[in-house]
Write a protein of this length. Sequence first.
Length: 309
Amino acid sequence: MSQQPPVRSTGSPPPRPDASMSLLNNVMDHALDDGYAEATARRAAEGAGLPRPLRAKLGLAAGLVLAAAVVTLGAAQAHEAAPIVAKEREELIDRIDAETAAADTLEQDVEKIRREVGERQRKALEQHGGDQGQLVALLSGATPVRGPGVKLVVDDAKGAADGGGGPRENSGFADTGRVRDRDMQRVVNGLWQSGAEAVAINGQRLTSLSAIRAAGDAILVDNRPLVPPYTVLAVGDGRRLSTAFQDSADGQYLHVLQENFGIRSSISVEEEVRLPAAPSLIVRTAEPQGTGGGKPAGGTSADKGKGTS
């Protein structure tokens, strides 16, 4: 009897040695997530034409070209407008020069007419002033005058612009060492009371109608600004005038300013001082009423009283 060969069972394949490490196998086989892999593939497909750095450089170059075009256009427009602006500027300068010249001419005309009016007023005062015409002309400042007198110089204290905190400043003075209009008023009135016949400050003749005022830090005499030092010339008996002024209350006031606030002053007797005529003269006409039904008589007069406010 024949013997049959043994039948072998196929069974399942032998297990993998790493079958127990399925998680690690999955990580090794799929290192890149499917979503990331898809996005990477899409970006690669879209930018297949140009590399990313090259595209960035091209974008930067396009921006620079656009900026250069804007700057060039602006420069071209400015270059085209430059001649027009220059022409308008020249026209404006010409207009300013013309108006300034016209204003200077008018100012000269006004000054000339003012001098003519003053001269005619002086002549009228001399002709119609009667027996005392010369005295009236002298007292009213209508004519220049010269003769013996005194020279009084008043100046600010050294370093007066630095300011201070004294009583003069608290009373409305901006600086304790500055000469003020009220100081010059007292000085001038003191000279009048001491016997001065004519007074001038820095070449400005004073009359009975003159005013010494302040505009900010400046002192004005008849609306004309003066600058320190203030030189006061007075016609009269020099020695007697000097002594009388220094002994007067106004002379003592000036001495107090010098001692307490450093304001500088000096007075000297002069053999001759020269004073100009007043720049303007106000002539008033009065017609006294006659008595006994007589015909009124006319006359021209000027204020004789002294005093400066």
